[in-house]
Design a binder for this molecule. Structure first.
Ligand code: 16G
Length: 231
């Protein structure tokens, strides 16, 4: 019974009959409307919350979650390209953009710790909603003056290609589940207990040398990473 109820809700969400952030009726009302027990409703909603289809807000009720962005992992794309390909409007708030010593980024970038990098700390939004925080460190010698570029209005990858003629041809990426720090959850507008995805990326140029090291925090409730496996 509860599996059937789960299926009904999933179909209603997929078809748009239940809209994001719409409040669903209480367990008792839903049970009465559908002629099933409260326990059945509870089992179904618990699983739907776990699956990210619904979410609860204490004292306020249970609501329909927004659909997750399905991010394929096979392609080396930028945030701007990804959002535009989905018909969403990307927006960027630059939190920090400066020249600094490479420090811990020196290892993935294979440069001395005191070599300079351009650090770009950005909050990335889609359709006005915060999606991710990204801290990129780029080898300064490869893109002199990047610290002065307006990256709130232009894509970093577009600038690297257009202004510096750099061809990004490969990236290594790792993904971990985590809880957000206080800074992260307040910037992302999520709860302190909402899981996030920590993504690290090293992006390489066509000559095989690393150009970019990115440490990013993506909202776990808005992202589903997808990959095609072949034998
Ligand atoms: C993606 C990349 C990031 C890159 C950014 C460029 C991950 C984890 N990060 O978000 O490495 O710096 O795109 O975006 O995938 P932009 O060209 O839109 O500025």
């Amino acid at each position: 019974m509860y599996q059937q109820l789960k299926g009904l809700v999933q179909v209603a969400v997929a078809r748009g009959a239940l809209r994001p952030h719409q409040r669903i009726p209480s367990e008792r009302d839903l049970g009465e409307q559908l002629g099933v027990s409260r326990m059945t409703v509870r089992l179904a909603t618990t699983e739907l919350i776990r699956d990210g289809v619904l979410y609860t807000r204490h004292g306020k009720g249970t609501f329909v979650a927004e659909a997750k962005i399905r991010q394929p992992l096979e392609h080396l794309t930028s945030f701007t390209e990804e959002m535009r390909s989905r018909g969403m409007t990307p927006e960027t708030r630059v939190l920090r953009q400066t020249l600094a010593a490479a420090g811990p980024a020196s290892e993935p970038l294979r440069i001395p710790t005191d070599a300079l990098v351009v650090v770009v700390d950005r909050l990335r939004l889609a359709d006005g909603q915060p999606m991710a925080i990204e801290r990129a460190s780029l080898v300064a010698a490869r893109c002199p003056g990047l610290e002065g570029c307006d990256l709130s209005r232009q894509s970093l990858y577009a600038v690297l290609r257009g202004r510096y003629g750099l061809a990004l041809t490969r990236a290594e990426q790792s993904i971990e589940a985590a809880l957000p720090s206080a800074r992260e959850h307040s910037l992302l507008g999520i709860d302190a207990r909402d899981p996030v995805l920590h993504i690290e990326r090293v992006t390489y140029l066509d000559d095989g040398s690393p150009l970019e090291f990115v440490s990013a925090t993506y909202r776990g409730d808005r992202y589903r990473l997808q990959v095609t496996l072949r034998p």
